[in-house]
Design a protein around this ligand. Structure first.
Ligand code: NAP
Length: 493
């Protein structure tokens, strides 16, 4: 029998009430790693009740003290960085270097949010009446349901849980079923750092059972969700009917624009890293390459050469460039899109299949793939594939490139390679995405800037930076009248 993970409810590590478990697999080898609770509604309800009770005391803990606990969390994450990264690679496949980056995002967020314990600034402003003081302060909200995907199993939970906690909320965390181990390790660290019982609760289980219970629970005040558009829309609908506050971080169809005057060596490095890092399974992965016609042919040939040299394998092997996809369904989905692309008339330049290398047959591998002759209305240029598939689109001008970039429903990240400062600033102004990079790929967000997308990528909230506090707290306006008499706003002078 394999190691069994447990839920963490009200400060106790506990078995699921129904006693059911499922297996967690290594996507590179197919081996079983651990057994994970397949919890039910009952466990989720218990977790919400524990978080609700703990809120009454946690909201009164001074924010600097809450921040000090997060500081300790950051230290523990630092100490365990390499062990956590290795677990992540085994559990979801990304290469070790990227897994270390994922943990580092958590460390950065812990220290940043620890500091917010001593800032969390409100503001004072003059009152319109004499002898009256006016200020706005941030208030905690209540129980936050944190629902996360598998592709950044440390970074994304920390981006949500740490600001939730420093702002004075309590948490019920439902991680993706594909990545339970990192969630387990994170919550163990939170416990070890001194988070009081009930303040953070962890419930493993399916989206349809545990997730549904949380999003519709009357005692959950906030939902922070990252995942697919399909699930996100559903979460928003259910939560909307109860007027819950919901933050949605959803899919992307991110593009890199390469103009004729670009530094091609730099652009190619940025494209390879953005399109094939994490096997194309980043929300900010580049899946469209919008190329000005003067360098289209040369860029295509050079990219093909580079893609052919990418080495597939276990992310634990330092020679591996591209790890496996998360599961078999993901391989099937990517392959289906490759067929759709060919049926639509795009030209398959390289890849487009599973590797025929017997050493890789037990894992969920797919060859890095490049399509050319892609036009903007094709499904492979519009829909999120979430795999190592890049589509090249030819354009004549910067204006056309920007139009093509903006002509998708998503709006997460975009990038442009150019040496022309005027073109760069025009792109900054006109690219309709929440994140814009100049002379860098579509990935590489830093935790102290707002993170999120426009249009179909979300519902307007931002994670990270102080923007995260805007979601996890609400404003309270406070008026202190020290005149000793009734003063009527808008009426008395
Ligand atoms: P997903 O299938 O939507 O799952 C996300 C989370 O929602 C999982 O924990 C899932 O649980 C849960 N869930 C499923 N059904 C639910 C329901 N009815 N009610 C409540 N929760 C439910 O997404 P994914 O495949 O894990 O992640 C990939 C997607 O995330 C991609 O579209 C990617 O672009 C997006 N993403 C966006 C960002 C961003 O910041 N914009 C960042 C990373 C990823 P189970 O695991 O148990 O199904």
């Amino acid at each position: 029998m394999h190691v069994r993970l447990l839920n963490f409810i009200g400060g106790q590590w506990s078995e699921p009430v129904n006693g059911q478990y499922h297996n967690d697999y290594n996507p590179a080898t197919g081996e079983v790693l651990v057994e994970v609770p397949r919890s039910s509604r009952e466990d989720a309800n218990r977790a919400v009740a524990a978080a609700k009770e703990a809120f009454q005391s946690w909201r009164l803990v001074p924010a600097p003290k809450r921040g000090e606990i997060l500081f300790r969390v950051g230290q523990l994450l630092m100490e365990r960085k390499s062990e956590l990264a290795k677990k992540m690679t085994q559990e979801m496949g990304k290469v070790l270097l990227e897994a270390e980056g994922d943990v580092q995002e958590g460390i950065d967020m812990a220290f940043y949010m620890a500091g917010e314990g001593r800032r969390s600034f409100g503001y004072t402003t003059p009152s319109e009446l004499p002898n009256k003081f006016a200020m706005a302060v941030r208030d905690p909200i209540g129980v936050a349901a944190i629902i996360t995907p598998w592709n950044f199993p440390m970074a994304i939970p920390t981006w949500k849980i740490f600001p939730a906690l420093v702002a004075g909320n309590t948490v019920v965390f439902k991680p993706a079923s594909e990545t339970p181990q990192l969630a387990y390790e994170l919550v163990k660290i939170l416990e070890e750092a001194g988070v009081p019982a009930g303040v953070v609760n962890l419930v493993f289980g399916s989206g349809s059972e545990v997730g549904e219970t949380l999003i519709s629970h009357p005692d959950v005040a906030l939902i922070s969700f990252t995942g697919s558009n399909e699930t996100g829309r559903h979460v928003a609908q259910v939560a909307g009917s109860q007027l819950k506050r919901v933050s949605l971080e959803l899919g992307g169809k991110n593009a890199i624009i390469v103009l004729d005057d670009a530094d091609l060596d730099l652009a190619i490095d940025g494209i390879i890293w953005s399109a094939f890092g994490t096997t194309g399974q980043r929300c900010t992965a580049c899946s469209r390459l919008i190329v000005q016609e003067g360098i289209y042919d040369v860029l295509r040939e050079r990219l093909k050469d580079r893609i052919a040299k990418l080495s597939l394998g276990s992310g634990l092997d330092s020679k591996t460039d591209v790890g496996p996809l998360i599961n078999r369904q993901a391989v099937e989905k990517v392959h289906k899109y490759v067929q759709i692309g060919q049926d639509e008339g795009a030209h398959l330049e390289i890849g487009g299949d599973v590797p025929h290398d017997s050493g890789l047959s037990a894992g969920n591998f797919y060859l890095p793939t490049l399509f050319t002759d892609v036009t903007i209305e094709m499904r492979i240029a519009q829909e999120e594939i979430f795999g190592p598939v890049l589509s090249m689109i030819k354009v004549k001008t910067l204006e056309e490139a920007i139009q093509v970039n903006n002509k998708v429903t998503y709006g997460l990240s975009s990038s442009i390679f150019t040496r022309n400062v005027n073109a760069a600033f025009q792109a900054i102004r006109d690219l309709a995405t929440g994140i814009v990079y100049i002379n860098a790929g579509t990935i590489g967000a830093e935790i102290h800037l707002p993170f999120g997308g426009t249009r179909g990528t979300g519902n307007g909230h931002r994670e990270a930076g102080t923007a995260a506090l805007d979601f996890f707290s609400e404003w309270k306006a406070v008026y202190v009248d020290y005149s000793g008499k009734l003063q009527r706003a808008q009426i008395d002078d």
